[in-house]
Design a binder for this molecule. Structure first.
Ligand SMILES: Cc1ncc(COP(=O)(O)O)c(C=O)c1O
Length: 398
């Protein structure tokens, strides 16, 4: 089948996930090929000149473009509903790359306090050195976002749902607020993936991902991607050519193959997470469960409106403190003690001493990162086995 015969706009998400993207080798392969090559050859010096000049379509060098990477970019752009995507070597390279492509000295950023720690470092330490100032605000306090704006504000940055408490903001409202203040809205959509939430369709200008998470879904490869309008993402492509944080073709191949099962995987992650959250909520050793699929969660109604389902990550506090949380974590036999998430395998972290350990005590308190908090990225194992595994830890507390 020639994908070019079809207009992907007619296709639903699941079809796009399997078939969007037009790059084929001409060898009639059914499963798209992997192009492990650093450079490309030409018929003649004249053709080389034309391709280098951009007068003829073609690849030059895999730091610029590579067919496998382009294939992944086309599929991601289709899934997020953007015009263009730019893949990068990691999620951080996508976030930094978009900022380097769009911002200049004197510009100002408003950023949610509840974003990935390294994202805070990029804004706080590195972009600050180049004259880009960032104001951090409480994620769900819309007034703080408005009050932080200045004439030189160019970018709003947020992650929704937030990690690890699953708080949610209204993307449509944030996009209007950003635009009213002359800024772009960039959303890290790593926790939901486009299978559950499409921020561009809600008014965001740029979506970024760590494809290392649910998009790979199997904990194999590092990668990132930014999606948005041709105008904005073309700037990122130019940055990438110069900075060299390009995605490896091997990783791109893994990612676009993984996209084919994204909907099915996300459905199963969400189903398992919901069942586990409901079970934990009834457990006598558990104090509170943070999962937006539960009516008790303060983001439940908004998540229901803006997401297709509630995601695969949940957190809970045990009765007690660090000792009790660690004792639950240390007894687990199935769930892996590792900081990554979005894997077929369930993973567990103690945010206060790992992912969020660099926050000051005050910032931890403000972000709700208590010593008795445990985060689980719920995988695709049998939920009954996951319950039994958690029970072995929790029963030691009762
Ligand atoms: C929400 C979020 N954004 C970005 C990143 C950074 O991605 P990467 O590790 O692929 O650079 C992570 C990593 O954990 C993350 O959780």
């Amino acid at each position: 089948m020639n994908n070019k015969e079809h207009n992907p706009e007619d296709w639903e998400f699941e079809t796009l996930a399997v078939r969007a993207g037009s790059i084929r080798s001409g060898e009639r392969e059914h499963s798209e090929a992997i192009y492990l090559t650093s450079s490309f050859v030409y018929e003649s010096a004249q053709q080389a000149q034309a391709v280098f000049a951009g007068d003829e379509e073609g690849n030059v060098y895999s730091r610029y473009t590579n067919p496998s990477v382009k294939m992944f970019e086309e599929r991601m752009a289709a899934l997020e509903g953007g015009e263009l995507a730019c893949a990068s070597s990691s999620g951080m390279a996508a976030i930094l790359g978009m900022c380097m492509a769009l911002l200049k000295a004197g510009d100002h950023v408003v950023c949610s306090r509840s974003v990935f720690g390294t994202t805070v470092t990029v804004f706080n330490k590195y972009l600050a050195r180049f004259g880009v100032e960032t104001t951090f605000v409480d994620f769900t306090d819309y007034d703080q976002w408005q009050q932080a704006c200045r004439p030189e504000t160019k970018l709003f940055f947020l992650e929704t749902p937030s990690n690890p408490l699953g708080e949610v903001v209204d993307i449509e409202k944030m996009a209007s607020l950003a635009h009213d203040n002359g800024a772009w809205l960039m959303v890290d959509n790593c926790f939901c993936t486009p299978a559950l939430q499409q921020p561009l369709k809600l008014g965001a200008d740029i979506v970024v991902h760590s494809t290392t998470k649910f998009i790979d879904g199997q904990g194999r490869c590092m990668g990132g991607v930014a999606v948005g309008s041709k105008e904005l993402i073309s700037e990122m492509h130019l940055w990438q050519r110069a900075a060299g944080a390009s995605m490896s073709p091997f990783n791109a191949w893994n990612f676009f193959k993984s996209l084919e099962t994204l909907s099915l995987r996300m459905d199963a992650h969400c189903r398992n997470a919901m069942e586990l959250a409901q079970w934990l909520e009834q457990h006598s050793a558990v104090e509170k469960v943070y999962y937006s699929g539960l009516p008790s969660h303060n983001g439940h109604e908004l998540a229901k409106k803006q997401q297709k389902a509630f995601g695969g990550v949940l957190a809970f506090t045990v009765k007690g403190g660090r000792q009790e949380a660690w004792s639950v974590i240390d007894r687990l036999q199935i769930i892996s003690r590792t900081a990554n998430l979005g894997d077929t395998r369930s993973t567990v972290t103690h945010p206060a001493t790992t992912t969020h350990s660099r926050l000051s005590d005050e910032d931890k308190q403000r972000a709700g990162i208590t010593e008795n908090l445990v985060r689980i990225s719920v995988g695709l194992e049998s939920v009954n086995d996951l319950k039994k595994d958690l029970e072995s830890g929790l029963s030691s507390l009762t």
